[in-house]
Ligand binder design. Structure first.
Ligand code: GDP
Ligand code: MN
Length: 385
């Protein structure tokens, strides 16, 4: 789950990372009230989950109420690369001497945390990585050992941060690492981390992505869920308790278990198709779950065929087949279904489906056959559309 900048800054503050005082505003009047409270000059900042807001005109300095009024009016409702601005963050403006970059992410390949620091902050870090990879200092952190003071200082020095920023940046880096680990984040990023002319270091921007798997130990994430930006399909799925991720292809996928869903995605790609979504129905694939899953996929106009891939374990093939049959009676499906059932009671399941097969409901013996069929149907429908 991605946080908005203002939420990321609140998260940072809990771990002692210095941020500027500020407040949120959803209207021009609220923006002026927040600015009056915070004290001028202020920065008016668009709250959208996309980078490069500054370049897009979504971040403006204001030295009085009139300027806040003008900028807030312009920025609210603005479209920044497909994201409409509905909320602003008004914060006390900082004087900037230098802009740096700092982040922690998980490097799955290395099975370690990865810290990155650069003296070239305030610009797109991907661009820095492409043009001047030497400008980014990297350190793999063993999660069992953590990040020592020495580690943090070395990283700051290797990145070549200016002398007066080194103590402050080292301290912030250790707090940022704690925020990453104890805060259960997948990503914490400060860009820019600034040095002020009077020698203070603090976070001027915040990008935080929380690890959904840790949801159960963070009751306080509830408030972030409330503002989470989901597409319509994801919202519907969430309300029905399904694990759903919307993608941009044409084959809708339903599978039991995240691993099988991912393999199905791969096989669809392998045979020349593209997935419209990733939907894991988990352990129970009964009629209600199947009907819900099909209903969610039905709302996606890009779906040209639906591939149901179930490997029966505790879930039995006959239950799944009955679930599909009953779901078909409840939901009018817009795209043809290709079904592969394997595992426990798969033969019974296939026999049940047999009576319901048509050119819109097709059973296939293997995952590969099923993927081929689903892709063929999707491509055919796509060609007609
Ligand atoms: P992004 O463009 O979406 O990454 O938004 P940022 O929050 O990183 O802001 C972009 C740029 O605006 C920063 O790199 C700064 O140069 C500038 N900026 C943001 N806040 C302030 C501030 O308080 N004072 C000044 N002078 N510039 C700021
Ligand atoms: Mn930024």
């Amino acid at each position: 789950m991605d946080l908005f900048e203002y939420q990321g800054k609140q998260y940072f503050a809990r771990f002692g990372i210095p941020v500027s005082p500020g407040g949120v505003a959803d209207t021009v009047d609220e923006a002026v009230a927040q600015a009056d409270r915070v004290g001028y000059p202020v920065v008016v900042k668009a709250q959208v989950q996309v980078g490069g807001r500054g370049k897009a005109g979504g971040i403006k300095l204001a030295s009085n109420a009139d300027e806040v009024r003008t900028h807030a009016g312009n920025i609210l409702g603005m479209d920044i690369r497909g994201h409409t601005v509905r909320r602003l963050w008004i914060e006390r403006a900082s004087d900037i001497a230098r802009e740096y970059y700092a982040s922690f992410t998980l490097d799955r390949g290395a099975r370690k945390h990865l810290g990155m620091v650069s003296a070239r902050g305030g610009v797109d870090i991907e661009q820095v990585a492409a043009e001047d990879p030497q400008a980014i200092a990297r350190l793999h952190v063993d999660p069992a050992r953590g990040l020592s003071e020495t580690d943090a200082r070395t990283l700051v020095e290797e990145a070549g941060l200016d002398q007066p920023a080194r103590d402050g940046a080292t301290d912030i880096l250790r707090k940022l690492y704690r925020c990453f680990v104890e805060g259960d984040a997948d990503l914490v990023e400060i860009n820019p981390l600034v040095l002020t002319p009077d020698g203070r270091v603090h976070a001027l921007d915040a990008k935080v992505s929380l690890d959904n798997n840790a949801d159960f130990r963070h009751a306080e994430w509830e408030e972030y869920r409330a503002t989470e930006v989901l597409d319509e399909r994801e919202r519907l799925a969430r309300s029905k308790g399904l694990q759903y991720i919307g993608l941009s292809g044409t084959v809708g996928i339903i599978a039991n278990g995240a691993g099988l869903a991912m393999s199905t995605l791969d096989v669809v790609n392998q045979v020349g198709g593209s997935a419209a979504n990733f939907l894991d129905v988990g352990g129970g694939a009964d009629a209600t779950v199947m009907a819900n899953a099909l209903e969610v996929i039905n709302t996606d106009p890009n779906v040209r065929s639906i591939l149901i891939n179930i490997f029966g374990g505790i879930t039995r093939g006959d239950e799944v087949a009955n679930g599909i049959v009953q779901a078909l009676e409840r939901v009018r499906i817009n795209a043809p279904l290709v079904i592969r059932i394997d595992g426990t009671n798969a033969d019974v399941g296939r026999a049940i489906l047999k009576a319901h097969e048509s050119d819109r409901v097709i059973s296939q013996p293997t995952m590969l056959d099923a993927a081929r069929k689903a892709v063929e149907l999707a491509n055919r429908a796509e060609a007609r559309a």
